[in-house]
Design a protein around this ligand. Structure first.
Ligand code: SF4
Ligand code: SF4
Length: 383
């Protein structure tokens, strides 16, 4: 049954079977539901029709260059952390046609490219990911040049966030002050509590739309004990982070260390494959390419995601300015942890750990930052 009148500050309990009601109501309101599901032995984000497509009873094990799925001994719905996908692919399409021109007897007919316009509901967004979306909002909506399609998707988005109760082996959101508890930017936030005796979701609304939806789903008021259990689960997670990052004066550290010998060390291991940028939820680089067909009657301009690890990305009139792997890795990490702060007022790293897990040679951004700091101290001591 539907519970008592709900205010945004209320926390209510949903049972497992109520999640399907949430899905159904979002569908009825015209939302395309996107969330975690298992594909190719990983938890990825895709379109979902039913809660049965969620990775119920699965967890992931992550370390540098390592990712495995494993069965849990319970029916937890969100008992894993983040996989190789981030939400950015739904907000900024990986490839899009900006316009197409076709010749006709009178000249050219130019049409603008069409993009997915259905409004979306993201299910299972973690705190670090909410911070990453906030970062991309600054890039695409806050400056002088607003990306109209990003803005329209973003403004019609409904977010069901999930507080993390389990930390991944490569997570370091606590160091970056981006998790594991969601604090803003969601319509509904869930905390899943699962132990030997109970399995429930503590839900709270963050917006009027969230209040309205929760009100329509069967729920009951949370007891003090249930609230405490949920708080405790998130608190325990924050003590079990797989990695840490020392952020003290981190911007200044990188600005002082363009010539630190550690850049040569990491460059000798880095394959410049760009995986780290592709999985990173904040990386936003794109390139624009022009194409013509063989008949010469059609031309079009496309925008696609690009990475700062490609030599072409920094091509400026006659050559690349970041030709060496060292220059490219240094650019990526210095942008994430230092220049991004001057550019957007926040760090470009939210501590999700994806770049560590999905680097084929296990290069670890936290370890590299630590090594740069240590080498600088050694250099100072001997100088
Ligand atoms: S750090 Fe790892 S993932 Fe990134 S480009 Fe180098 S080898 Fe690829
Ligand atoms: S730099 Fe690495 S840890 Fe930081 S947000 Fe990007 S993928 Fe996540």
């Amino acid at each position: 049954m539907v519970g008592p009148s709900l205010r945004p500050e209320n926390k209510v309990v949903l049972e497992h079977e109520h999640l399907q009601q949430l899905f159904d109501l979002l569908s009825k309101r015209g939302y395309r539901i996107l969330g975690p599901t298992i594909r190719d032995q990983a938890i990825v984000y895709d379109e979902l029709n039913s809660v049965e497509h969620l990775p119920v009873g699965w967890t992931d094990e992550q370390d540098g260059g390592t990712y495995h799925l494993k069965k849990r001994d319970d029916e937890a719905v969100f008992g894993y952390v983040v996989g190789p996908h981030s939400w950015k692919k739904f907000l900024l399409q990986p490839e899009t046609r900006l316009w197409q021109a076709k010749s006709n007897p009178a000249g050219f007919n130019v049409t603008e490219g069409k993009e997915e316009t259905r409004k979306s509901a993201f299910i299972g967004v973690r705190s670090c990911e909410l911070h990453a979306i906030e970062v991309q909002d600054k890039v695409f909506m806050a400056g002088e040049y607003v990306d109209a399609s990003y803005k329209s998707r973003r403004e019609s988005l409904f977010i069901v966030a999930v507080n993390c109760t389990q930390a991944g082996g490569t997570c370091f959101c606590v160091s970056m002050k981006t998790g594991p508890k969601v604090t803003s930017g969601f319509d509904i936030a869930l905390t899943e509590v699962t132990d030997a005796k109970r399995h429930f979701f503590l839900a709270e609304a963050g917006t009027a739309a969230g209040v309205e939806l929760l009100q329509a789903v069967s729920h009951r008021e949370a007891s003090d004990q249930e609230r405490a259990a949920a708080e405790n689960a998130v608190e325990e997670c924050s003590k079990r982070m797989g990695r840490t990052m020392n952020t003290m004066e981190i911007k200044e550290l990188f600005y002082r260390n363009y010539e630190n010998p550690r850049w040569d060390d990491v460059a000798s291991r880095c394959l410049t494959c760009g995986n780290c940028t592709m999985v990173c939820p904040t990386c936003f680089c794109t390139t624009v390419e022009d194409f013509t067909d063989l008949s010469g009657e059609m031309a079009e301009r496309r925008r696609r995601m690009d990475v700062c690890f490609s030599v072409d990305f920094s091509y400026i009139h006659g050559g690349s300015i970041r030709y060496s792997p060292k220059a490219r890795y240094r650019q990526w990490m210095t942008h994430k942890l230092a220049t991004w702060i001057d550019q957007f007022g926040v760090s470009g790293c939210v501590g999700c750990g994806r770049c560590i897990t999905w680097c084929p040679v296990g290069i670890d951004i936290t370890e590299e930052a630590r090594a740069i700091r240590e080498r600088e101290q050694i250099h100072k001591a001997v100088a």
